[in-house]
Design a protein around this ligand. Structure first.
Ligand SMILES: *Cc1c(COP(=O)(O)O)cnc(C)c1O
Length: 296
């Protein structure tokens, strides 16, 4: 298995006509390049949990997520690399045909346990955790160590260059970390990929440990809801690939980039803005689309 390569992170310029029209510009922070499976932001969110598990001499990592969770796959791969055993608690009954993510995670050695949606929501565990061996990481890495890891994303750029740090948000852990590291006067723009996730702003602020902050949460670009997509989203992703050679995923980064283009067209960004778009990875999620939908 290939090692994680934080040095593979690159900054690329993105030309968006709507941004250029108001004399603003955007860079893309390509976190997707560090590893195929421990992709993008997932490595950053996991790193301190795994460090702390090692330090406490735990043998088994336990975490939770859905059947299409990038966090599940990233955890499975990272545990394989670091010689942890690992257990994934999966939302919903065991499917007849496991998702690509579940197949990969299992092949990497993750022991899968399925819980009904109700039991999952209530935070139940299918097995009793043993405090000597087990180390628990919350779903999506949502917790102080996850945010602290995400804060180190900005070590890979000259953050003072930017007025807006823009990211996609699921649990909001990455956005909370970015808020902790954002330079004075810059703001974090978090694009929610869920429909009606009205607690997102509160969740981000709670985790960042701030009562109020330079945070703008955008709710209008879920394109139908979590892991749903619209035709305009897929067309837009193909256009970005054709013009900028940047592959995006349809669950997170596609929605982020689409939101930025549309917000720029609505003059959301003051003239002269300098945006950093965090490409948080997740490209393996495109495997669930019909072949030929995307040109990359
Ligand atoms: C998980 C994920 C996110 C969301 O991160 P949160 O910290 O849960 O908000 C964003 N982008 C990609 C590609 C992801 O896999």
């Amino acid at each position: 298995m290939l090692p994680i390569q934080p040095d593979a992170v690159r900054i690329e310029t993105l030309v968006l006509p709507s941004l250029a029209a108001n004399k603003s510009r955007a860079d893309v922070l390509r976190l997707d390049r560090i590893h195929e499976q421990v992709s993008g932001n997932k490595w950053f969110k996991l790193r301190y949990y795994l460090e702390s598990a090692k330090a406490a001499k735990k043998t088994t990592i336990v975490t939770r997520g859905g059947a299409w969770s990038n966090h599940i796959l990233a955890t499975a791969a990272a545990c394989r690399m670091l010689s942890f055993k690992c257990m994934g608690i999966i939302r919903g009954e065991k499917p007849a045909l496991p998702s690509f993510i579940l197949q990969e995670a299992e092949a990497l050695g993750m022991e899968l346990h399925f819980l009904s949606r109700e039991d999952f929501r209530e935070g139940k565990f299918p097995v009793e955790l043993d405090s000597r061996d087990h180390y628990f990481i919350p779903a999506g890495g949502y917790g102080p160590l996850g945010a602290r890891g995400a804060a180190t994303i900005l070590d890979h750029c000259t953050k003072e260059n930017y007025t807006h740090i823009c990211c996609a948000a699921g649990t909001g852990t990455m956005a909370a970390g970015l808020l902790q590291a954002v330079p004075a006067r810059a703001i974090v723009v978090a694009v929610s990929v869920l429909k009606n996730n009205s607690s997102l702003e509160k969740d981000i602020l709670a985790l960042a440990g701030k009562a109020e902050a330079a945070l703008q949460v955008i709710h209008d670009f879920h394109e139908g809801g979590y892991a749903k997509h619209s035709d305009r989203l897929l067309e837009f992703m193909n256009t970005i690939y054709r013009t900028a050679r940047i592959p995006l995923d349809f669950v997170y980064t596609g929605k982020l980039f689409l939101a930025i283009q549309e917000l720029a067209a609505q003059d959301f960004f003051p003239p002269g803005s300098k945006l950093l778009l965090v490409h948080s990875g997740g490209l393996q999620g495109n495997a669930s689309l019909d072949k030929g939908t995307l040109i990359f």
